[in-house]
Design a protein around this ligand. Sequence first.
Ligand code: RIB
Ligand code: CA
Length: 311
Amino acid sequence: MAEKIIFDTDPGIDDALALLLLAAAPELDLMAITVTHGNTSQDKCLSNALKLVELLGIEQVPVARGAQEPLVKELSVAEETHGDGGLGYAVLPEAKLKPVNESAHDLIIRLVNENPNQITLLCVGPMTNIALALLKKPEIAKKVKRIVAMGGSIHYPGNSTPQSEYNVFCDPESYEIVVNAGIDFTLVPLDVTYQCLLTNQHIDQITHARPEIKSFIKESTRFYIEFHAEYQGIQGCAINDPLAAAILIDPTLVENRDYFISVDLSGGPSKAKTIADHYGALKKAPNARVSMAVDVDRFMKLFIERMNRLN
Ligand code: RIB
Ligand code: CA
């Protein structure tokens, strides 16, 4: 039976590629898309999500507007990474589709209550919507099957401050709430996602996707590759969110370690750092399964093969 998924996302170029992957994954039953602030504003992320749903022809999937801003800190956006519109150089037609008139966190609460212990939350942006759902109805923590989240960094440098990864940096308080909610939690940090660099050579292998999909991939990643070269001296672009989605399709792509993870909320130079207690010094039971190794070749092959199914 296909695994039920709610996709919480801040599209965003790599978010968009993750949605393409979900659309090419019969193993997964995409029940809803909930949109969060993050790579750009809520309004732009929501507009991008609706455009992508129409590009993919999956209008049956409800899209819900989510949090406009983080729980505590001020709003951050990453338009140098994803472009003013959030999808790089890609231009998609204005969506006719409208979001459902239920907030993201209310939709999460309702679907989890209607499908107890069956829904996986695939979270590839700041955790604000999930935290709001847990703050409103703490009891849903016992009804969420699991969370798989792209976020954090363990040994790898931060991509937002020297120590913090962007999704956690955007709303560290929400991450701390969610990772300590007692839900089965898989964290997919920069340590593995930055090994997964999509290059033009990979993109050239996407030959069977329909033209508008191929054009979207080319134009969105063209911006994203330029960002990685200019700001991080990296050839290619880290497809962070697609790796988190791919793990739902094939969990053997990664090797995990159980850690007690805490988020630094102290406000100093390591604010929003995800701290793994490697040797159990804090004497606390692990609260996360952290992906610390990835089979890059197998993941890239899977990604390309699935993109070619979008024909
Ligand atoms: O740090 C990478 C993460 O932040 C990705 O999810 C990217 O889309 C941004 O949201
Ligand atoms: Ca994202």
